[in-house]
Each structure stands twice: as C-alpha cells, then as structure tokens.
Design a protein around this ligand. Structure first.
Ligand code: IPE
Ligand code: IPE
Ligand code: MG
Length: 258
C-alpha cells in the first residue's frame, strides 16, 4: 500500500463510528405476524407502518443520517392483486398522514425504484413530498418501492451507455467509480448496517451493489414486533464488530491509533 492510500485508509476508518451513518432494512414478516393472530395480511402491513414511524424517530435521535427501507420489491407485483392494491393504498395514506411530521422533524423523504407503474395520484404525491423535504438535513429517509438491485445496476448502465454514445465517456476508461453516480443511492454513503427481520437470510434483490461491505444483521423477529429494544440489539451487534474492508485486524488497530 503506498503512502497516500495508507493515509486514505486511516482517514476512512477514523470516519467510521460505533453508530452507523446509514442503515438499510428489509422489513419482512408482516404477513406472518398477521396470520399468527388470525388477522388479514394487511393488518400486519398497517402495524408495520407504526414500526417505521418509531424507527425514523429513533434514527433522528441517534444522529443516524440515512435510513433506507425496502417497502415493495420489483418481485412483489407477483402477489395477489388485492394485496398489491391494499399496499399501494397504504403507501398513499401513510404518506399523507406522515409527511408534514417528517418535514417538521427535518427529515428528507425520497423514493428509489421504478415508480412509473404506480398510479398517477401516488406518483404526484411522492414527487410533492420529495420536493417539499428536499433541503431537510436531520435524516434522509429513502423508501425503496418497485425497487430491485438488478434493475438499479441495469438502469445505471443504460445511463452510462448513453454517455458513451454521445462521446462523453470513453469505454476504455470505465471503472466502478464511473457507474456509481448513476446508481439510485449515489448521494448517500454505502449502508454500514443492513437489517432483515422475519427470519429469512437473503437479500431478495435489495441493494446489490451498495451492500458489498455492509455489516449484515438477521433477526427472526417479525417486522411488526421490531421495536426500540430490537433496534438497540442490532446497533449493539454492529458496534461490537470489527470492519476490515480487506485489511488485517492489526492494520485496522494501527490505523485507529494513527
Ligand atoms: C414484508 O412483509 C412487506 C412486504 C413485502 C410488502 P411480508 O408481506 O413479506 O410478510 P411475510 O414474509 O409474508 O410474513
Ligand atoms: C422482501 O420481502 C421485500 C420487502 C420487504 C419489501 P419478500 O417477502 O418479498 O422477500 P422473499 O420473497 O421472501 O424473498
Ligand atoms: Mg416476506
């Protein structure tokens, strides 16, 4: 490692703290939560919205700057039409009910994913909410809706290909860094902590590119039961880990002392 990259590594590691800057969550288990209580699946989704509200508040209190939530995957269209419709209705009503409070709390709201398939009303409400909260600084709350990690990489490639076609980029100079500005989360640091509730240990086509070095936390707790205490457990697990980014543990210790 040359001198410059050594200094960069030390500075990079010094910027990492026990509190993650960016938390990404797959909120899973709403349906099972409802089923186990003899309720309709939508009741689980409704309860899940309450947990989102709590988590946003917690993140603001803790000084976490980015929270990215998987709300609807590009594969979730395969669900029964009625559940898809109810989820869209819930998204719209949650947006209407919460956006003023989010704005008051200095939260920036935005959506990533291909929302062109959503109803016109929902699309315009999303755009309004994004514009209204654009300059808010406490926390960026990103909702991944009709999002897929493969879609994200493909759409970034399409944008880069357009630059090549226009003669603005030489294909011989393309590196990972050339693609990054076109990815959906380009303006956020990569997630430090990934949480998946509901017991499944898979990514389900969430942030494929951005999770390359993220710490993973899987819990069997169903999303509607993921309360403050559960979030504290996830944060404690994160704080207890040594992130090495390919280096050795000794190198990390030395960089921290530098
Ligand atoms: C996650 O809960 C919410 C969405 C995918 C919209 P699920 O609805 O997947 O709940 P389970 O996995 O069936 O319990
Ligand atoms: C992932 O959950 C997507 C969201 C939470 C929005 P799923 O319930 O759709 O994931 P799979 O199908 O079990 O992998
Ligand atoms: Mg599920």
């Amino acid at each position: 490692m040359d001198k410059k990259s050594k200094t960069d590594t030390a500075a990079f590691l010094a910027s990492k703290s026990d509190i993650p800057q960016h938390v990404a969550v797959i909120m899973d288990g709403n349906g099972r939560w409802a089923k186990s209580r003899g309720l309709l699946r939508i009741a689980g989704h409704r309860k899940g919205v309450e947990r989102v509200r709590d988590l946003v508040t917690r993140c603001v209190e803790k000084g976490i700057k980015h929270l990215t939530l998987f709300a609807f995957s590009s594969e979730n269209w395969r669900r029964p039409a009625q559940e898809v419709q109810l989820l869209m209705d819930l998204f719209l009503s949650a947006l209407d009910n919460e956006i003023k409070k989010l704005h008051k709390n200095n939260v920036r709201f935005r959506v990533i994913g291909d929302i062109s398939r959503f109803g016109d009303n929902l699309i315009s409400r999303i755009r309004q909410a994004e514009t209204m909260t654009l300059d808010n600084k406490a926390l960026t709350l990103t909702i991944a809706a009709n999002y897929g990690g493969r879609w994200d990489i493909a759409q970034a490639c399409a944008q880069l290909a357009r630059r090549v076609q226009n003669g603005e980029t030489d294909p011989a100079t393309i590196t990972e860094a050339s693609l990054e500005p076109f990815l959906s989360l380009a303006d956020a640091p990569e997630p430090d902590l990934f949480i998946r509730t509901g017991g499944e240990q898979r990514i389900s086509n969430f942030l494929l590119w951005q999770l390359a070095y993220t710490e993973m936390y899987f819990t069997p707790v169903l999303w509607p039961d993921f309360d403050r205490a559960q979030f504290e457990q996830a944060l404690a697990s994160y704080a207890g880990r040594q992130r090495r980014f390919g280096l050795t543990g000794d190198q990390i210790e030395a960089a921290r002392r530098a």
